[in-house]
Unconditional design. Structure first.
Length: 322
């Protein structure tokens, strides 16, 4: 009876995965793990791989049948719910109640808390008590892209693993062309902006065209991703949980798009940096710093179009001054 859920291909054999595999094999895995990284899908895949090995691996051979982790009677999930995408105290208490009973078919239980940083403060304090006195034969897997948003008392009671993103570049219609046009715009800025009203207007129109097209790309990518994701969701999710997952999916996609803007900026700069262009180095450092600052505003619920507009206006100043 072998596990059916593989590790994400890009992570198989990495030190973190090897440590977890060895701990499971030796029955020495910590009762609480914090899995963090930039990609929620990667973290969920890792959590399912761990759950599968604990519930369907050698320890689980007493079971009469195996189940995929998201359908296993002894695997429980807790997710943010509603448009505010919070994990409530009541939902947390409900999860705690489930893991405190004896397992149904496996020798142990697994609880996966998605986006644990979305826990309401009351819920976090309720959950902290469970971390301090974990139920027997239970493994708690905490998933987050924002580990430092958690209470320090929670972080201090878990074993922490960081995983890089494994998601492929966004392949939405129009996105490759957007990146190409963005790099071309940077090239025109870096070549110098004349004190000419027509040329300045052209740069401004290009800037706002990029903002408008970005919104269209994000909407399309979100719709396609949700269509694919919806068919994979557990059938017992309520409307609030589905709304929270869809919102989280959209938020994750826009962060990936902004990450690819940073990559496109670096790709544009590399040939000039290789030629020893010091003004390009200064502009690149400032632009990436500005993008990181602006992307952080997304977590404060600032509209992505406003964030991108601010970054591109800053870019107009930074690259034309190089």
């Amino acid at each position: 009876m072998s596990p059916v859920t593989p590790w994400p291909a890009a992570l198989a054999g990495t030190p973190a995965v090897a440590v977890i595999d060895q701990a499971i094999a030796r029955h020495r895995l910590s009762h609480s793990l914090l899995l963090h990284g930039d990609d929620p899908e990667t973290l969920a895949a890792i959590a399912h791989a761990i759950a599968d090995r604990l519930l369907n691996g050698p320890e689980g051979r007493r079971a009469s049948a195996t189940f995929p982790p998201d359908q296993h009677p002894d695997c429980f999930a807790l997710r943010p719910a509603g448009k505010m995408r919070q994990i409530s105290a009541d939902a947390t208490r409900d999860l705690i109640g489930k893991v405190q009973v004896s397992p149904a078919v496996a020798p142990r239980k697994v609880a996966i808390i998605h986006e644990v940083d979305r826990m309401h403060l009351t819920a976090a304090n309720v959950f902290l008590k469970t971390l301090e006195e974990p139920p027997a034969n239970t493994t708690l897997l905490l998933l987050t892209t924002r580990p430092y948003a958690l209470l320090p008392t929670i972080r201090s009671r878990v074993l922490i693993f960081r995983f890089p993103a494994t998601a492929a570049p966004v392949a939405a219609d129009g996105w490759a062309a957007w990146r190409d046009d963005y790099r071309a715009w940077l090239g025109r800025l870096a070549d110098g902006v004349a004190n000419d009203k027509a040329e300045i207007a052209d740069h401004i129109f290009t800037l706002y065209g990029l903002v408008a097209r970005f919104g269209a790309v994000l909407d399309f990518a979100t719709a396609e991703a949700w269509k694919a994701q919806k068919g994979k969701l557990p059938p017992d999710l309520d409307d609030d949980e589905q709304t929270a997952i869809e919102t989280g999916l959209a938020n994750g996609l826009r962060l990936r798009l902004f990450s690819e803007i940073a990559q496109a900026t670096r790709e544009f700069s590399l040939p000039r940096l290789a030629a020893g262009d010091e003004p390009t180095r200064r502009a690149l450092v400032a632009a990436i710093g500005q993008l990181e600052h602006d992307t952080g505003l997304l977590r404060l619920n600032l509209n992505e179009s406003a964030v991108l507009e601010n970054f591109l206006l800053s870019s107009l100043r930074l690259w034309s001054r190089r």
